[in-house]
Design a binder for this molecule. Structure first.
Ligand code: GRF
Length: 208
């Protein structure tokens, strides 16, 4: 059984999708803990209601990123995770933390990386006149919103779309591709070769 720790900052809908698929599809894995950097993170309630251990490491209580990273690592380590899943986790993790967990740290970003790393992706995509947008699950490297791409989803930008409409259309696909990517990881179906992620069964790594 692989052990998963999920980090959230708010709503946690991606976390919920992962928890539900893990149980429904009987992955060889267990979500051992959900940890938030905000006391009121809505997703914590869902996790607790599903018998998952929760913890809060409030970034505001630490003077530096390094001190926060250290406290976060101390909260994570007792769960001995094989995989750490960043699911709407809105803090940048320092190089030390990322390097320590290299190859077992996944993130989802609501854009077709390498386009639009960082914040306000949907606003920026609309401003750029993009006709297609999407989401990306990737292994985390020290560079923000970079790293080997596991899976992407793509959806059209439709006439009259605003930021909210686009975010909702992309989020629905996140709930499909993130559980899929995590499942592949816990089933040992992913390899990273020269910075590229290959699914060992040749499964299609895109949702269109
Ligand atoms: C998602 O769009 C995710 O891609 C982004 O933040 C949002 C988090 O949503 N990083 P949730 O907390 O998983 O509901």
């Amino acid at each position: 059984m692989k052990r998963i720790v999920i980090l959230i900052s708010g709503r946690g809908s991606n976390m919920q999708a992962i928890v539900q698929r893990c149980v429904q599809q009987r992955w060889p894995a267990v979500v051992a803990a959900v940890i938030a950097n905000r006391q009121g993170a809505e997703g914590l309630e869902f996790a607790a209601a599903h018998g998952i251990q929760t913890a809060v490491v409030d970034h505001r209580a630490y003077v530096s990123r390094a001190a926060f990273d250290e406290a976060l690592a101390a909260a994570i380590d007792p769960f001995a995770p094989d995989l750490i899943v960043l699911a709407g986790f809105m803090r940048i993790l320092g190089d030390g933390f990322v390097q320590r967990h290299a190859g077992r740290l996944l993130n989802i970003h609501p854009s077709l990386l390498p386009a639009f790393p960082g914040l306000h992706t949907h606003r920026r995509a609309l401003a750029a006149g993009c006709k297609v947008v999407g989401a990306t699950v990737h292994f985390v490297t020290p560079e923000l919103d970079h790293g080997p791409i596991v899976m992407q989803s793509a959806v059209p930008v439709l006439p009259g779309d605003d930021e909210e409409a686009l975010a909702a259309r992309v989020l629905a696909t996140e709930h499909v591709i993130y559980p899929q990517a995590v499942r592949w990881f816990v089933e040992d179906r992913l390899v990273i070769e020269n910075g590229l992620v290959r699914q060992l069964d040749g499964a299609v790594q895109v949702l269109l």
